[in-house]
Design a protein around this ligand. Structure first.
Ligand code: FAD
Length: 466
């Protein structure tokens, strides 16, 4: 374990230094600022390189006004109970999130986030997943504008590298960041809050902690290098669930790497032989994650094809403009040829699928009874309106789940089980919310980040100045 030397001269100082200005960092900074703390945010990018901009699903909140308006009964207790059961994560950490999330929802609304659609996310018993106006990008803009309005001091192009620890007390008292090729030392009078995101863009770290995911396409921002994790490990921090990932995870376009945005078109997924291998619209969490696991077992990159028809595209309530590379043909056989799917395989699959829906109203092969998230509760849709569309997909690695061990106050814990004074972690850099491989309680990373950011900002601001 290496302790940075306390510098003779500081290049900047604040009560709270937040490292990373994203999904967890901006809420942490604003919250600490609102409590009267002087805050500096160190951000390595020129803007906001947050995974939040890329999210596919909504953000779950329990007990919201939009649920009440739509007659959905829900509570923090139900969210907590379900989360612990499905994820196998720490009951104390989930409790802390459950207790604060509703306040976070109304806080987001107060700074301009506009809830748009209430969805049922896989694994959740009730509709609580909220898609906000502008989706992930919209939420990033809301956070950015709120930070601007509150005049939060965000130092862009400041790449944090090393925590500074008082070797006598063991307290984190600052951080070194590189800016314009110079190493600058920032003193944190109260605390440093790490919110640097995950490490799925760091091949070496993924290989070390989650070797099964090493061949998947990483889709997080390039700055998800595990810097916060590495800095805290260097001063003796412990980890929790470090090899776990939100994976097998979303499909991305094999050619462009864009997350699939056409998943709401009611299509099916097939392997290179044109065969389906699972229920594409399952609400069962195990089945949902197993689906991607199975395709990775057929091909380490998870190569498969997403297939839909013009009818499904036209029925999309969001009028999504897909960014993936899409192939199309007037016949299913034509599409097979273009995509390189075994001749006749896709035709047979679609004929069987359509015939089941005609006769029984659902697909008997894998028990698919639902269209999918875009049309909650509706039966599956027949693929019979040309043109037919196909996207070559791979399975991606969106985010790592395990990370630094924290307590419910978001304080980082060391390898002896003690709090590292002056150090907090929030968001993807922190672990503990997932305890069983592949058992991700879907869509909960964003609520984790917003909420833990607010908790950490709150408590860090209350620390006594060192
Ligand atoms: C394609 C995709 C789809 C997803 N879909 C969903 C979804 O549907 N639902 C869901 O809940 N979650 C989803 N996630 C995960 C979720 O978006 C992230 O886990 C979450 O946004 C991470 O927030 P964060 O605050 O931890 O990190 P971020 O918001 O990414 O912020 C980290 C910040 O730290 C900065 N940083 C990094 N290193 C340094 C350094 N050394 N010095 C200074 N700054 C640094 C980065 O530049 C960045 O701005 C998805 C992720 C991806 C990639």
């Amino acid at each position: 374990m290496t302790f940075s030397q306390v510098p003779k001269k500081w290049d900047g100082e604040a009560d709270v230094i937040v490292v990373g200005g994203g999904n967890a960092g901006i809420p942490a900074a604003i919250t600490a600022h609102d409590k009267g703390a002087e805050v500096i945010v160190l951000e390595t990018s020129t803007g906001m390189a947050s995974s939040l901009a890329m999210i596919a699903g909504g953000t779950p909140f329990a007990g919201t006004d939009i649920q009440k308006e739509q007659g959905v009964e829900d509570s923090a207790d139900e969210l907590c109970e379900e989360a612990v059961k499905i994820s196998g994560g720490s009951p104390e950490l989930w409790r802390a999130i459950a207790d604060r999330q509703l306040e976070v929802y109304y806080w987001l609304k107060s700074i301009g986030a506009k809830p748009e659609i209430l969805q049922l996310a896989p694994g959740h018993k009730v509709r609580r997943s909220i898609r906000f106006e502008g989706h992930g990008n919209g939420l990033c803009q809301v956070l950015r504008k709120a930070a601007e309005k509150e005049k939060i001091d965000i130092r862009h192009k400041h790449h944090a590298q090393k925590l500074i620890v008082d070797s006598e007390t063991g307290r984190v008292i600052g951080i070194t960041a590189k800016h314009d090729n110079k190493a600058l030392n920032f003193r944190a009078r109260k605390a440093v809050v790490l919110t640097t995101g995950g490490f799925c863009q760091n091949y070496e770290l993924v290989k070390e902690y989650g070797p099964a995911y090493a061949d998947l396409v990483p889709t997080a921002p390039p700055t998800h290098q595990g810097d916060g994790l590495k800095m805290a490990l260097a001063i003796g921090a412990a980890t929790e669930g470090i090899g776990l990932a939100v994976c097998p995870s979303l499909p991305v376009c094999a050619e462009t790497g864009h997350p699939l945005s056409s998943t709401g078109f009611g299509g099916i997924a097939v392997n290179r032989h044109g065969q389906r291998w699972a229920n594409e619209a399952t609400a069962d969490m195990n089945a949902y994650t197993m689906r991607y696991k199975e395709i990775i077992m057929q091909d380490p990159t998870g190569l498969h094809f997403s297939i839909y028809d013009e009818g499904g595209k036209q029925a999309d309530p969001y009028k999504t403009k897909p960014r993936e590379k899409i192939y199309s043909a007037d016949t299913v056989e034509g599409l097979e040829k273009i995509l390189g799917i075994t001749a006749g395989g896709l035709k047979k699959t679609i004929d069987e699928y359509n015939s089941d829906i005609d006769k029984y109203g659902y697909d008997r092969k894998f028990g698919r009874k639902l269209w999918g998230m875009a049309h909650p509760g509706e039966p599956p849709h027949k693929l019979d309106t040309p043109p037919y569309y196909g996207v070559r997909c791979k399975v991606c690695l969106t985010s790592m789940k395990g990370g630094l061990k924290i307590n419910p106050k978001n304080q980082v814990i060391n390898q002896f089980g003690d709090v590292i004074p002056g150090l907090y972690a929030a968001g993807e850099v922190a672990g503990g919310l997932m305890g069983i491989p592949s058992h991700y309680y879907t869509g909960t990373m964003t609520v984790q980040c917003f909420t833990q950011g607010r908790i950490a900002g709150d408590i860090a601001a209350d620390e006594v100045s060192s």
